[in-house]
Every structure is written in structure tokens, then in C-alpha cells.
Design a protein around this ligand. Structure first.
Ligand code: AMP
Ligand code: ZN
Length: 142
């Protein structure tokens, strides 16, 4: 737990939230600024700033709950699809530094557009170089 963290305060019930689901390790509640109505956040009850710091077990528990919420949005809201979004670091758009997964219900003609602009590698040298750097990064990861 982190004293000043807004999501830890939600877990402790110190600030209000609209809870959807909770279990021993995770909590799901409505995002206060929904991309699409029903947009839900899933968080671990233990504080981690981001995915980088999280125990793999906690990361897995959060994803299992995100799947439950996605299924519940499909079944309960009649959503036609679901987007999962998860930001790490300011540059990635993370505003609240407590690991969280966005589960966003999608409906035909909901008016929301993912800002997905596909890029291009110059060639195999560049893509192979990127893959090799990531493989090297795996060696530094516990
Ligand atoms: P991110 O940009 O990935 O860090 O997302 C943070 C999310 O937390 C945003 O979508 C906010 O709308 C949401 N948020 C911030 N404060 C609250 C709150 N008190 N209750 C519910 N959602 C919140
Ligand atoms: Zn926290």
C-alpha cells in the first residue's frame, strides 16, 4: 500500500468508487472518465507502480480478472467486442502510477477510434536488430 496513491485510497475505501468486482488480490471499478460507458479498471490490491515492478503472479491475477470483466461486459452490457489497454510510464500515457488494466466495452458505432497508426521497418536488418535488442533485454529480466 502507498499512502498517497489514489488507487490505493480506492482499495482502502478512502475515496469513492463504483465497484464491479473484487477478490483477494484484485479490484475492478468503473473508470471515472470512460472512453466508452462501462469502461472498467482492474488493479492489483498490492501497490506496484507499473508492470515493470509487478510480481508476475500479480500481473497474472490482474489479467484473469480483466478476462472476467471482458466476459461480463460482453454478457451483461451486450458489448460486441472489448479492448484491453495498459499504459506504463508517462510517455505511454500512464497518469496514475498504480498498475492498472483498462477494459473497454465496444459497440458497433460507439464512435470511439483507437489511434493506431501502423509504421514500417526499413527492412529485415532493422527488424532483426530490434528483435535482437529485445532478446538481450530478456536476459536482464528476472
Ligand atoms: P492511465 O492514463 O492509464 O494512467 O489511466 C488512468 C485512468 O484512471 C484514467 O482513465 C482516469 O479516468 C482514471 N481515474 C483517475 N481517477 C479515478 C478515480 N478516482 N476513479 C476512477 N477512475 C479514475
Ligand atoms: Zn497504489
Amino acid at each position: 500500500m502507498n499512502e498517497s496513491c489514489i488507487f490505493c485510497k480506492i482499495i482502502r475505501g478512502e475515496i469513492p468508487s463504483t465497484r464491479v468486482y473484487e477478490d483477494e488480490h484484485t479490484l475492478a471499478f468503473l473508470d471515472i472518465g470512460p472512453l466508452v460507458k462501462g469502461h472498467t479498471l482492474v488493479i492489483p490490491k498490492q501497490h506496484f507502480d507499473s508492470l515493470r515492478d509487478a510480481d508476475p503472479e500479480a500481473a497474472a491475477q490482474v489479467m484473469v480478472t480483466a478476462q472476467k470483466i471482458a466476459r461480463a461486459q460482453l454478457n451483461g452490457l451486450g458489448a460486441d467486442g472489448v479492448n484491453i489497454h495498459q499504459a506504463n510510464g508517462r510517455v505511454a500515457g500512464q497518469v496514475v502510477p498504480h498498475l492498472h488494466v483498462h477494459v473497454v466495452p465496444r459497440f458497433k458505432d460507439d464512435g470511439y477510434h483507437w489511434n493506431w497508426k501502423a509504421g514500417k521497418y526499413a527492412g529485415a536488418d532493422e527488424s532483426n536488430g530490434m528483435a535482437e535488442k529485445i532478446r538481450q533485454g530478456l536476459k536482464q529480466t528476472a
